[in-house]
Design a protein around this ligand. Structure first.
Ligand code: ZN
Length: 233
């Protein structure tokens, strides 16, 4: 551990914590009630708290390579547990899947699987992005390499939102009309954030004075009308 890192930790104790003592004290006494769950990439350049100008207590954050949400399965992994805890214990109602430009995971997913031979665990993890890869392979015309990685990054957000919906806590929250799903893409070249508009299926740059794009707005939905049938008897 270098001196710079040690210095920063000490500065947290001496200065940062002291400056925010009131906030930390409230959070320590009353616990957390974060406003949203964000599933983002581990990439060091994409810092959800920085993008959202978040304070401690604001965001429940899950970061992994490629902002991936494995579909619900047993045994459950860390992402599954994080999602369940955020919804069922913390009562989070907005879930954001956030991808980004120049993503190493998406480059890996885009390329020849043989190129990932030296990182077999990465290769296995990226299989959760297979749907996005196949969508791009089959539905997009000839793309340059850069365009392909960008298209794949956007389709990956769509695919991970679909995976999110396989999680029982998410499915139940959606049915009750309590949960909104969001798909974002941070462009670190342009310095803007795109949001997935569920109505059009397209990503649009988030702009002031324009409708905020939402992938799946909260709305109660039930497939069966059995409750109403019983009531009518
Ligand atoms: Zn990334």
């Amino acid at each position: 551990m270098n001196n710079e890192v040690i210095g920063r930790v000490l500065a947290f104790e001496k200065k940062v914590f002291q400056d925010q003592h009131a906030l930390y004290s409230t959070l320590a006494r009353h616990g957390q009630s974060p406003k949203a769950l964000i599933i983002s990439c581990s990439d060091s350049r994409i810092v959800p708290e920085h993008i959202m100008q978040a304070q401690p207590g604001d965001l429940f954050v899950c970061r992994n390579a490629g902002n991936i949400v494995p579909p619900f399965a047993q045994p459950a992994g860390g992402t599954t547990a994080t999602v369940e805890y955020a919804i069922s214990v913390l009562g989070v109602r907005d879930i954001i899947v956030c991808g980004h430009s120049d993503c190493g995971a998406m480059k890996g997913l885009s390329g020849d699987p043989a190129d990932l031979a030296s990182v077999p665990n990465v290769a296995q993890w990226l299989r959760h992005g297979a749907a996005a890869r196949q969508v791009v392979d089959r539905s997009y015309p000839e793309l340059t390499n850069g365009e392909r990685v960008r298209a794949l990054s956007l389709e990956n957000v769509v695919a991970q939102i679909a995976n999110l919906r396989t999680h029982p806590s998410v499915a139940a929250g959606i049915a009750r009309g309590e949960i909104s799903l969001h798909g974002w893409f941070v462009d670190i070249h342009e310095g803007n954030v795109l949001g997935l508009d569920g109505n059009t299926g397209k990503f649009v740059v988030i702009r002031e004075h324009q409708a905020f794009p939402v992938a799946l707005p909260a709305a109660e939905r039930r497939a069966s009308d059995v409750e109403f049938a019983q009531a009518a008897e």
